[in-house]
Ligand binder design. Structure first.
Ligand SMILES: Nc1nc2c(ncn2[C@@H]2O[C@H](COP(=O)(O)OP(=O)(O)OP(=O)(O)O)[C@@H](O)[C@H]2O)c(=O)[nH]1
Ligand SMILES: [Zn+2]
Length: 193
């Protein structure tokens, strides 16, 4: 993990520090941080997977954009915390393949079966990257903003102490209702029925 550069990033929520790292996968990952991350209580942390369509374009097929905004908002409200923005677009299969999966979903297939039909697992992400970034930032204990128990388990297996899981249930709309239901039923996300 190579630390490339760090600078201030003013946003509507707060002025964060943005730090860019280059990982062994050759990609540039980003940490948006605020305040002292090593102080007690453990900081609020969001591990966010890149979603160009949701994060940048406001797509309503998923809940990523509102989750990112809400994470920035909550961290700003506490005055400390971090967002790890991982370049694992499409749960790790890349943008082109995610849009292939969307095309299959337009034919009636759900998000999990679409991945399988394309020859991918349910979820191709690797959270060792997040662990490496957290270690670089000196964060070993945290409160994780997520609905995904797999994320919590992956971090815990690599020695990161998740003292609390903080739900992040925002951005439900008529276009993503089926998608969210599939995440709950087939991927184990802790979302309301
Ligand atoms: N392959 C695939 N990826 C998708 C699809 N919809 C969203 N994504 C990607 O899913 C990733 C976000 O993962 P989610 O499953 O929404 O949520 P999570 O990160 O596991 O869990 P939370 O922490 O609760 O948000 C982003 O990289 C999106 O680009 C889809 O239909 N197919
Ligand atoms: Zn998304």
């Amino acid at each position: 993990m190579e630390r490339i550069a760090s600078a201030q990033l003013p946003t509507a929520e707060a002025t964060f520090t943005m730090t860019v790292f280059r990982a062994e996968d050759g990609k540039e990952h980003m940490v948006l941080s605020l305040g002292d991350l090593k102080a007690e209580p453990p900081p609020l942390v969001r591990i966010h997977s890149e979603c160009l369509t949701g994060d940048a374009l406001g797509s309503m097929r998923c809940d990523c954009g509102p989750q990112l905004q809400e994470a920035m908002h909550r961290i700003a409200a506490e005055g400390r915390g971090a967002i790890l923005y991982l370049r694992q677009e499409g749960r790790g299969i890349g943008l082109g393949n995610k849009i292939r999966a969307y095309a299959l979903q337009d034919q009636g297939v759900d998000t999990v079966d679409a991945n399988h039909q394309l020859g991918f697992p349910d979820d191709a992400r690797d959270y060792r990257l997040a662990v490496a970034l957290l270690c670089e930032m000196g964060v070993c204990r945290l409160r994780l903003l997520t609905n995904n128990p797999r994320k919590v388990a992956s971090l815990a297996a690599d020695g990161i102490e998740v003292v609390d899981r903080v739900p992040l249930q925002v951005g439900e709309n008529p276009h993503n209702a089926g998608y969210l239901a599939t995440k709950r039923k087939r991927l184990g996300h802790l979302l309301p029925p």
